[in-house]
Design a protein around this ligand. Structure first.
Ligand SMILES: [Zn+2]
Ligand SMILES: [Zn+2]
Length: 284
């Protein structure tokens, strides 16, 4: 049953702190057989809105379909940097068209990912690496251009590519804000991102035993400069670590985040939801 707990709060019990999962991959096959249940479980623990992130055009269209189907699901449309070799030369027309949908709240995920380069694979060469990086940069720029044109912000994926990502975002920083999702860098990097007008968001890594460096970064992040996300089906927080992640687990992430910030879950809810509503257009 939906909103069972919220009904209770109406009759005098303390209202449940609500949170948003600002980065979920609900279109992945991992959820296909029980999507309605996954969304209900999230609602039941106060995860009031879920943003499903596109990784290519098909996945973006699927995210929009889910947003049409479920009132509390929203979509982000874009092409993941790891998939750029399959991307069309010019994504502008498709991104422009998808961005018109009233439940599309940002572009992405886009950015740069240098984690697994072609030269690390059998038969791969350094020349291929350069080509791959160039394609990623080109697709990233296309997202930033469409974002600037449409007034949407960007969900940014960055892995082992920090300096290139920051320098490629910089020329757009006056017009486009980015959220560096699944943030796993230090406080100095967080401050550089915030200085550009962008934000960070934290996943279940916050709850990991070996996640102290991420907790240290969160401790220094201003209350109005970060959001929470699962990045599900990946990165399930403790005590679900290693299992399939789902949006309901923002609850466990929020508990650790509130501890780290030394605030109540209600205060954390107010801050992170307000930040998300400012960052993602049409999320209200
Ligand atoms: Zn990502
Ligand atoms: Zn993602």
């Amino acid at each position: 049953m939906l909103f069972a707990n919220r009904d209770k709060s109406d009759t005098g019990t303390r209202a449940m702190a609500t949170f948003y999962d600002t980065h979920a991959h609900l279109d992945y096959p991992d959820f296909a057989h029980e999507l309605a249940e996954v969304i209900e479980r999230a609602e039941a623990v106060g995860i009031a809105k879920i943003i499903s992130i596109g990784t290519d055009l098909e996945s973006s269209r699927n995210a929009i379909k889910l947003a049409e189907q479920f009132r509390n699901v929203f979509a982000v449309v874009g092409w993941h940097p790891s998939n750029v070799m399959d991307a069309p030369e010019d994504l502008h027309p498709a991104l422009h068209e998808l961005a018109q949908h009233p439940k599309v709240v940002a572009l992405g995920e886009t950015g740069l990912d240098y984690y697994r380069m072609p030269s690390q694979k059998p038969g791969g060469t350094v020349v291929q690496d350069e080509h791959y990086k160039k394609r990623q940069a080109d697709i990233f720029h296309q997202h930033l251009e469409v974002a600037a044109d449409t007034g949407l912000n960007c969900v940014i994926h960055q892995r082992e590519s920090l300096e290139d990502t920051l320098s490629q975002l910089q020329p757009y920083a006056m017009r486009v804000r980015g959220v560096f999702h699944c943030f796993a860098n230090d406080a100095v990097t967080m401050k550089r991102i915030v200085a550009m007008g962008s934000l960070v968001s934290f996943t279940g890594i916050l709850t990991f035993k070996n996640g102290q460096n991420i907790r240290d970064t969160l401790a220094e992040t201003p209350m109005d400069q970060f959001m929470l996300e699962t990045d599900c089906p990946y990165l399930a927080p403790v005590p679900y670590r290693g299992k399939r992640c789902e949006p309901a687990y923002v609850k466990e992430i929020s508990e650790v985040a509130a501890q780290v910030k030394g605030c109540s879950r209600e205060e954390l809810s107010a801050a992170t939801c307000a930040t998300a509503e400012k960052f993602f257009r049409n999320l209200r």
